[in-house]
Ligand binder design. Structure first.
Ligand SMILES: NC(=O)C1=CN([C@@H]2O[C@H](COP(=O)(O)OP(=O)(O)OC[C@H]3O[C@@H](n4cnc5c(N)ncnc54)[C@H](OP(=O)(O)O)[C@@H]3O)[C@@H](O)[C@H]2O)C=CC1
Ligand SMILES: O=C(O)[C@@H]1CCC=N1
Length: 273
């Protein structure tokens, strides 16, 4: 446990136990990175609290009671729209503490203004952190020490991949990678519906698509093969995949560019809100 001892000795207090806060809490506990009693989660929702408490995680109905436990690391995992009021409430307890915000679009400058004296890191994770296959980008301001950055990186490394980048790159990562689980789920759903429409039986159609997606992701990662080279393995000259790609590629490429641009535009709106 030498490499993980810095994280393993911490108490992490997560404010917001919804989709992402809950996924981080579960990931930390289920990976064995933090003992369940070292993970504290505040959430308004009784159902969220009950599900997390089943894992042994200590839960609280609001951020005040959680902060009273003096966690070494505070993770702010509420929606950007409610973050200002949450920060106003936690500011006095966060001075001198490491605070990691995962809120999309809320810049370090806004966090610094709202949380004087806190040591601040921004993180942009994605949903597979819950199964320790997430991808997180971190950005830090002048208030965070090198040890803080290392601890934040260790925390998200326990949940998948984690890298430190500039803050503007973190925003792009949010648009391209933070949102990507929704893009992939949409593609699975669309392909399933296309298969059904063309005559596959409903039972099992989605499973075929999902199993294929998992297998492709494993091959791409395990072999380190470039996506274009992988695609060519499937594509016979004059064959069925070539015909399909001719139809799919323009829409998918254009749609992906437009999706990331739209997410980034919304990120910038939230930053100005
Ligand atoms: N979902 C994702 O894939 C990703 C999300 N993010 C960021 O994570 C943050 C959270 O998003 P997400 O998890 O999707 O949102 P959710 O709405 O699923 O979770 C937020 C939770 O926080 C609770 N909450 C709000 N205020 C408080 C409070 N003062 N005390 C305790 N609990 C509170 C909410 O309860 P209630 O609604 O009842 O008030 C809700 O259950 C956002 O800032 C988002 O930008 C970043 C990357 C990916
Ligand atoms: O939609 C959202 O606000 C969050 C941020 C990144 C992914 N989901």
């Amino acid at each position: 446990m030498t490499e993980r001892s810095a994280l393993g000795a911490q108490v992490a207090g997560i404010v917001g136990g919804g989709s992402m806060g809950g996924a981080i809490a579960r990931g930390l506990v289920e990976s064995g990175s933090l003992a369940a009693e070292r993970v504290l989660v505040a959430d308004h929702g009784q159902e969220h609290r009950r599900a997390l408490a089943e894992l042994g995680i200590r839960t609280f109905p609001d951020e005040g009671e959680l902060l009273a436990e003096e966690p070494g690391v505070v993770v702010l995992a509420v929606k950007p729209q409610v973050l200002p009021q949450v920060m106003a409430s936690v500011a006095p307890s966060c001075a001198g503490r490491l605070v990691i915000s995962i809120a999309a679009g809320v810049p370090l400058s806004a966090l610094e203004a709202a949380l004087p004296g806190a040591r601040l890191v921004r993180a942009m994770p994605n949903l597979p952190v819950q199964v320790r296959s997430g991808a997180t980008v971190l950005a830090t301001g002048p208030t965070a020490t090198p040890a803080d950055v290392e601890l934040a990186r260790e925390l998200f490394l326990a949940l998948g991949a984690a890298s430190v980048m500039r803050e503007d790159q973190l925003d792009v990562a949010g648009a391209a990678v933070g949102c990507a689980p929704a893009f992939f789920a949409l593609f699975v759903d669309a392909l399933t519906r296309a298969g059904l429409r063309a005559g596959l039986p409903a039972a099992g159609c989605r499973e075929l698509v999902e199993t294929t997606m998992r297998g492709c992701a494993e091959q791409l990662l395990d072999e380190g093969v470039h996506p274009r080279a992988y695609l060519e393995r499937v594509t016979s000259p004059g064959g069925t995949t070539a015909a399909a790609l001719f139809a799919l590629e323009p829409a998918l490429v254009e749609g992906s560019y437009a999706a990331v641009d739209a997410a980034l535009a919304r990120t910038r709106e939230l930053a100005g809100a």
